[in-house]
Design a protein around this ligand. Structure first.
Ligand SMILES: Cc1cc2nc3c(=O)[nH]c(=O)nc-3n(C[C@H](O)[C@H](O)[C@H](O)COP(=O)(O)O)c2cc1C
Length: 164
C-alpha cells in the first residue's frame, strides 16, 4: 500500500482542466471552490457529470443543502480568479471576480469556456470526499476562441499547440 503523499505525487502528474464549482450559501450569497475532479459521466438518457468535493470544504454542505451547483470550465484569463477562489475566506472570494447568475440562480464565472448548471442527482461519500453527480440543467458556451486553463504538477499552465 502506498502513502497519501505518494498518492498525491502520482495523481499530481495527471494533467487536468481547472473548473470553478459554485453554489449559494443559506443567505443566497455566492460560494465557490476550484476543482480538477470534474468528469463527464453519461449523456443519455440524463446528461450527467461528477465532481469530487472534500467533505471538509466550505462548499460541501452548501451544495448538499441547496441541491444545485454550477460548473465553470475556466479559460486562461481566469488564472487570477482561480487563485482568489483558493486563497480568500469563502464569504470574500467573489469580491473582485467577474460572475453572473445563471437561469437556475447559480453563480457562474465570466472567464470560462462553458458555464453549466446542475441539480444534485446523487451524492456518494467515500472516505474524505463526496462524489456529487449532477444532472445538467443548462450549458452555455462562451467565446470559442478562448483557451483552457490547465493544471499540471502543482502549477497553472497554458495549452500547447495541437500536435496532429
Ligand atoms: C488545481 C486545484 C484543483 C483542486 N481540485 C479539488 C477537487 O477536485 N476537489 C476538492 O474538494 N478540492 C479541490 N481543490 C481544493 C479546493 O479548491 C479548496 O481549496 C478546498 O476545498 C478548501 O476549500 P475551503 O477553503 O472552501 O474549505 C483543488 C485546488 C486546486 C488549486
Amino acid at each position: 500500500m502506498i502513502t497519501p503523499v505518494e498518492f498525491k505525487g502520482a495523481m499530481g502528474l495527471l494533467c487536468s482542466g481547472v473548473s470553478a464549482v459554485t453554489t449559494t450559501a443559506e443567505n443566497g450569497a455566492p460560494r465557490g471552490i476550484i476543482v480538477s475532479s470534474l468528469t463527464s459521466l453519461s449523456a443519455d438518457p440524463t446528461p450527467l457529470l461528477l465532481v469530487c468535493i472534500n467533505r471538509s470544504s466550505s462548499l460541501h454542505d452548501d451544495i448538499a443543502a441547496r441541491g444545485k451547483f454550477g460548473v465553470s470550465i475556466l479559460s486562461e484569463d481566469a488564472h487570477d480568479d482561480s487563485a482568489r477562489l483558493c486563497a480568500y475566506q469563502p464569504e470574500k472570494r467573489f469580491d473582485g471576480i467577474s460572475f453572473f447568475w445563471g437561469e437556475y440562480r447559480v453563480p457562474l464565472l465570466t472567464h470560462a469556456l462553458v458555464n453549466i448548471e446542475c441539480s444534485v442527482h446523487e451524492a456518494i461519500t467515500r472516505q474524505t470526499h463526496t462524489i456529487f453527480i449532477g444532472g445538467m440543467l443548462s450549458a452555455s458556451k462562451q467565446d470559442l476562441d478562448k483557451k483552457p486553463l490547465v493544471y499540471f504538477n502543482k502549477s497553472y499552465r497554458s495549452i500547447a499547440k495541437s500536435i496532429c
